[in-house]
Design a binder for this molecule. Structure first.
Ligand code: SF4
Length: 237
């Protein structure tokens, strides 16, 4: 089996509930989607990065793994594109007793369930309609897969949190509908965090709009937080 890795590097986690932690990022090549705010566009082509055997990739990861690393973050692109290889690499990390972290838009429940046993922390990213992730015709299908992945992660007792990127184009009515649907299938006790992440440098939402999104989530999840991509403020990748 082969795997295409776009890059491996150590940095400070700048997103989600574990921001600020020293993290080894394993960025997989490949994502078939087209979010307008994507900040890793170079890694989207399936043939970007470098191809390795699993053995070569594990050695590369080991050689990049620094002491005092809090977790290893499998990101992309979207790691589920290469789910079989990702499962093997994450399993390798788990054997070292270092927490594994999956960052995915969860577009396929079967692929998600394949990698799930090898991950400790799951960031479920829900896309809003305005993100241009997929065309509107396929949007409902995508959300249905993401919902199933959320349910699966919660049922497997993984550390699970939700992230939603919002921009000036995000419609509060659409956002509200999405939040209602999410809390129909889970309750607040099931998740470990809920992050609203504003876009940075493109179609940035106003403070009023961010507070509007916050107010929508708050009745369901009192610990909701608006967290920008903090790594960008310290010039970290
Ligand atoms: S899913 Fe992630 S990697 Fe893919 S286009 Fe959207 S933001 Fe970029």
């Amino acid at each position: 089996m082969k795997v295409r890795l776009f890059e491996i590097f150590t940095s400070v986690e700048g997103e989600g509930i574990l921001y600020g932690t020293k993290t080894l990022f394993v960025r997989l090549a490949g994502c078939p989607f087209t979010c307008f705010y994507c900040d890793t566009k170079e890694s989207l082509p399936l043939d970007s990065g470098t191809e390795y055997s699993i053995d070569e990739a594990t050695k590369l990861i080991d050689s990049n793994l620094q002491n005092q690393t809090y977790k290893v973050n499998f990101t992309g692109g979207d790691p589920l594109i290469q789910h079989q290889a990702v499962a093997q690499l994450a399993k390798h990390i788990q054997m070292k007793k270092i927490p594994t972290y999956l960052e995915s838009s969860c577009f396929d429940i079967d692929r998600f369930n394949h990698v799930l046993p090898y991950f400790d922390i799951i960031k479920i990213e829900f896309k809003t309609k305005d993100s241009d992730f997929v065309d509107s015709e396929h949007y409902e299908k995508l959300i249905s897969h993401t919902m199933k992945c959320l349910e699966s992660s919660v049922n497997s007792k993984k550390t699970t949190f939700i992230k939603i990127v919002v921009s000036s184009k995000t419609q509060p009515t659409e956002f509200k509908k999405l939040i209602e649907n999410i809390f129909e299938i889970i309750s607040k006790e099931n998740i470990d965090g809920f992050v609203i992440q504003p876009t940075y440098g493109i179609s940035e939402p106003s403070l009023d709009l961010l507070l509007n999104f916050y107010d929508i989530v708050f009745p369901y999840y009192i610990d909701v937080k608006v967290v920008p991509q903090l790594h960008k403020f310290i010039g970290a990748p």
